[in-house]
Design a protein around this ligand. Sequence first.
Ligand SMILES: Nc1ncnc2c1ncn2[C@@H]1O[C@H](COP(=O)(O)OP(=O)(O)OP(=O)(O)O)[C@@H](O)[C@H]1O
Length: 256
Amino acid sequence: MTEEILLNVSGVNKRFGGLQALSDVSLQITKGQIYGLIGPNGAGKTTFFNVITGLYQPDTGSFELAGQPYFPSAPHQVAKAGIARTFQNIRLFGDMTAMENVMVGRHVRTHQGLIGAILRHSAARREEEEIKRRAMDLLDFVGIAPIAHRTARHLSYGDQRRLEIARALATDPKLLALDEPAAGMNPTEKLALRELLVKIQRNGTTILLIEHDVKLMMGLCDRITVLDYGKPIAEGLPSEVKNNPAVIEAYLGGAH
Ligand SMILES: Nc1ncnc2c1ncn2[C@@H]1O[C@H](COP(=O)(O)OP(=O)(O)OP(=O)(O)O)[C@@H](O)[C@H]1O
């Protein structure tokens, strides 16, 4: 069986003034994988996320998503193309309920749009009901349905992270890109997060993951790329990457 490439990124460079933040970064993510991006602080992981989700324009680079040429432009277009992401620092609408936060994510995939919803055409009303049902299903899927009507700012840290994931899933992404989803979590929350990510993978969504918890990454990812000073220094199975001398040096030695 040939494996289908979901995201093919080739030759990405990104410079900020005198700093080469990404240096000829290429990677291929196969459909259905949990793909990890690791590296010391400042290695360029978030910059890579920002490039593939249209927040930063790369200096060079070519991209294909599900076999189609893809150019990450405005974040809204990126979501439509099939990539959803979360952020290192949680970005929820704090005064909206958990349910409303997920409904906002869902509007990317709807026909009537926000104007229709405001004017409340009957088609828009039907669609709104459908959006609510789907939002509730997603909250249930990530394990926070009982707090659907609580405002986001009053949720625990772990639940806010789950809510961000539910909101991203509401766009029906082909690729879910998670920037440090376990940051600040205690060991119990991390274990639950791990179970959730495996469940998302089983449901057919491909995941790209940045995470500092190397132990978590080694146990979870199908493949890993390691960045150091913007350059890919290793790529492969977790067991290969873990024993790679350049990776050990990047983590233990150097000025990081
Ligand atoms: N908008 C920007 N302007 C200037 N420099 C930037 C910008 N964004 C990132 N950088 C720099 O690019 C380099 C890579 O940063 P990036 O945040 O991508 O690293 P990272 O691997 O995600 O780090 P961390 O693990 O600490 O989050 C850093 O030196 C950072 O200071």
